[in-house]
Ligand binder design. Structure first.
Ligand code: ZN
Length: 166
C-alpha cells in the first residue's frame, strides 16, 4: 500500500536546508529522520505545501520564499530590554525564542541576540526571516496519526505511543 502525504498523516523526512549562499543551515543527516504531523503547521508553510501528495520514496528539491518560510524581516529589528523583565531564575541564551502576549491578545515572538548584565537585546525576526529556504527532502515513511495526535496537532513519538504529558 502506498501512503500519500495528506492532512492527518505523520510524515518522516530526511532533509538538508541551505540558504542561497549554499551554506547548510540544518540537516537530518547523521541522525533520525524528522517527523511531523501534516496539515498542522508543524513545519514551514511552503514545505508543507510542496510535500502534499508526495509518497514514500519521493525526493524533492524546492526553494521556499521567505513569505512561505520564516517570514520577511520586520523593522525595528533588535530592541533593548531590561534584564528585569525576565524572572531572575530564567537562564537566558542567545538564540532562544520568547513568546509574549500583546495587550490586544496577539502573540509575538522575540529571539535573544545579545545578553549583558542588566540588558537583553532581542529581535522580533526569526533567525531565518528574509532567507530563501532551499530544501532537499526525501520522504522515508508515512503513517496515520492517531486521534490524540490529531487533537494535539503534533506527533507523539515515532510510533504515536510515546509517553506524553500536557
Ligand atoms: Zn501532545
Amino acid at each position: 500500500m502506498t501512503e500519500v502525504i495528506e492532512s492527518g498523516k505523520v510524515v518522516f523526512i530526511n532533509y538538508t536546508l541551505k540558504n542561497d549562499a549554499g551554506e547548510v543551515l540544518d540537516t537530518s543527516e547523521g541522525g533520525d529522520p524528522l517527523f511531523y504531523l501534516h496539515g498542522a503547521q508543524n513545519i514551514v508553510e511552503g514545505l508543507e505545501e510542496e510535500l502534499s501528495g508526495k509518497k514514500v520514496g519521493d525526493s524533492l528539491s524546492v526553494s521556499i520564499p521567505p513569505e512561505k518560510g520564516y517570514g520577511t524581516r520586520v523593522e525595528p529589528g533588535v530592541q533593548e530590554f531590561e534584564r528585569t523583565i525576565f524572572p531572575p531564575n530564567v537562564e537566558l541564551e542567545v538564540g532562544m525564542p520568547f513568546h509574549a502576549e500583546l495587550p490586544d491578545g496577539r502573540m509575538v515572538a522575540f529571539w535573544v541576540q545579545k545578553i549583558e548584565e542588566d540588558k537583553v537585546y532581542m529581535d522580533p525576526n526569526h533567525p531565518l526571516a528574509g532567507e530563501t529556504l532551499n530544501f532537499d527532502v526525501e520522504v522515508v515513511r508515512v503513517r496515520d496519526a492517531n486521534d490524540e495526535e490529531k487533537e494535539h496537532g503534533h506527533p507523539h513519538g515515532p510510533e504515536g505511543d510515546a509517553g506524553h504529558h500536557h
